[in-house]
Ligand binder design. Sequence first.
Ligand code: HGY
Ligand code: MN
Ligand code: MN
Length: 409
Amino acid sequence: MSTNLRIDGARLVSRLEALSRIGATPEGGCRRLALTDEDKQGRDWLLSQMQALGLDVKVDAIGNIVGILKGQQQGPAVILGSHIDTVGTGGRFDGALGVIAGVEVLAALRDAGLTPKRDMAVIAFTNEEGARFHPDMLGSYVWAGGMSVEAAHAEKDSEGVVLGAELNRIGYHGPEQPGFLKAHAYLELHIEQGPVLEGDGGGLGAVTGIQAICWLELTLRGRPSHAGTTPMAYRKDPGLAAARINIFANELTKTISGQLANSGVIRVEPGNVNVVPERVVMSLDLRNPNDAPLAETEAAVRKFCAELSERDGIEISFRDLARFPATPFAEELIAGMEASAAELGLPIRRMISGAGHDAQMMSRLCPTAMVFIPSIGGLSHNPAEFSTDEDMVKGANVLLSAAWRAANA
Ligand code: HGY
Ligand code: MN
Ligand code: MN
């Protein structure tokens, strides 16, 4: 790479700030749940930025937004990307940084009058968070051929709103077939979202892969009854069963190496103070760097639920919301991230990603890698999520260098 090629740091920061104002929350974060009006506003803004840059902009049938910089030769492209949708208590950086940095990389090449050998592109993938529609990484999952457009369009949120209808409502049901742009390599810049880099002196992360993930939805049915007159022994209380399951999953994290468990959704019906619940819908987010212990955890949870159901007369049914294996990245691209950091005199260390990312899907199609910048306080999916301008610029320059190398190799 021409060694003095750098991104425009001020432009990167100001674009991130502009996107942060869309769906801004009073607590200082962002709330742009997939396919909501706020997500549409972010999409419209991003589209205008890509068009102003002179990229060839396309939208596919699941709403992925693709900005293409033509290379000297026909053939598979080097693709950069991430997402602009957020969780309900989102921060300003999760996903947005990777999309904005991808746009900035292409802008820097344009400013330098450089045309890469291969096409390059930046993609903002639909519904990466999986906070509203399931599974997470849905747009990149469809792009990678893991799920059909029809099945994705049929997904519903917790209010029963259909994904395809929302996509049409916000005007992002595009004409292109997901995956229309063949990939030579995929690179993603993202905040770490955990405490590792900050705790390790604040350098960058060369991501070696992403841990395995399993999202389950459990529906527990009992018998609604009066909380004052029903003797405890006569109750069929799904709320109590849900609490026992949550504790059981948490206990497993103490005995199964690397295991994580979270129950982020617990909906109790009818939700009245004086009624023993009739029905509870709860989620379990189970993750592990390795597939085998994750499978062991899920089997133990299912066995516990079967026994609980039998003993306490609670009907328990399961629904898969997401299930992705542990995903290693491409050694030559990981080494490329390290080489780019070294060229720039920046400390970098290898690490696995605790969070899921679109890169987990793109690695089904092509060699893939990620670079992380530190998250201050290790916080994410929280309005106080924070990374410094300086680290954003460092990460984006490593992305530029690694992408330029891949686009001309
Ligand atoms: O859940 C995740 O790991 C990602 O933020 N979608
Ligand atoms: Mn993300
Ligand atoms: Mn996230």
